[in-house]
Design a binder for this molecule. Sequence first.
Ligand SMILES: NC(=O)c1ccc[n+]([C@@H]2O[C@H](COP(=O)([O-])OP(=O)(O)OC[C@H]3O[C@@H](n4cnc5c(N)ncnc54)[C@H](O)[C@@H]3O)[C@@H](O)[C@H]2O)c1
Length: 284
Amino acid sequence: MIQTIGVVGAGTIGRGVAQSFAQAGFDVVLVDVSAAQLASALEQIGRDLLVLGMLPGARPGNGEAPEKVLARIRTATALAELSCADFVVENVTEDWAVKRAVYEELDTVCRPEVIFGVNTSAVPITRVGSVTRRAGQVLGLHFMNPVPMLDTVEVVRGTYTGEDTLAAATGLLERIGKEAIVVADAPGFVTNRVLMPTINEAVFCVQDGVATPEQVDRMFRGCFGHRMGPLETGDLIGLDTILNSITVLYESYRDSKYRPAPLLVRMVEAGQLGRKTGQGFYSY
Ligand SMILES: NC(=O)c1ccc[n+]([C@@H]2O[C@H](COP(=O)([O-])OP(=O)(O)OC[C@H]3O[C@@H](n4cnc5c(N)ncnc54)[C@H](O)[C@@H]3O)[C@@H](O)[C@H]2O)c1
């Protein structure tokens, strides 16, 4: 029986994953290298729980006092604290060197039967499995941002991902009110293979003076009925994550259609990462 969830990485996505599991009654151990990040994640979760409680529609944990949900989340700065975890969802920085080191350590810390859910925008799941001794128990769990609000998860089957692993993971997602769509392992899977070039091309439009960010986004909302345009989506995801993801696609497919827009590179170098730094294509 899965009861304790290890969540690695307390950034934009990790804190949402921790919140979703805690809301559904799971015990969560949330690990990040940065104690400051853990403190800010707990604060943000507290705020999000208040907002979520006011929204219509039933979600696991709705109506429960935020402090009760928060009490189910324990924080730690060492992966060794995950020896008690029954299932792990990893959400660290989208950088293969960082993720690789995390998986090598998780593999020694966690019990052999524990499943690892990889939350990545574009790193191949088979590559992650290959640095562990449990490739059959590694799968992609691509949660979307903001995690507590979005009910669909792109689940990725690596070359060696077992049927039992898929069944356990999709069953677990159901318990937190989320539906799985299972796809094959290819860089960017489906969501980011389509979304990242769209955002990148929108950046080119701004860079080339074709349109302002507001015009680009209004076009997607007004002409296509999208809830958000590509540049506001980029600001929400984090422009550093966008740049990392499009770079992974570029290197994986060796296709120039994925080359990052120079304006995107410049904004990331300037620390204009979107909502998380207060400045991206818009000011927050
Ligand atoms: N932001 C999105 O919308 C989004 C959506 C889906 C998937 N993802 C993926 O989720 C992952 C996390 O993205 P994010 O946007 O939350 O990034 P983020 O930069 O907001 O957070 C990453 C966190 O990982 C922590 N970290 C770094 N190295 C670590 C280590 N060795 N051990 C523990 N913690 C460590 C950092 O301190 C930081 O808090 C990435 O792989 C990203 O591609 C992001």
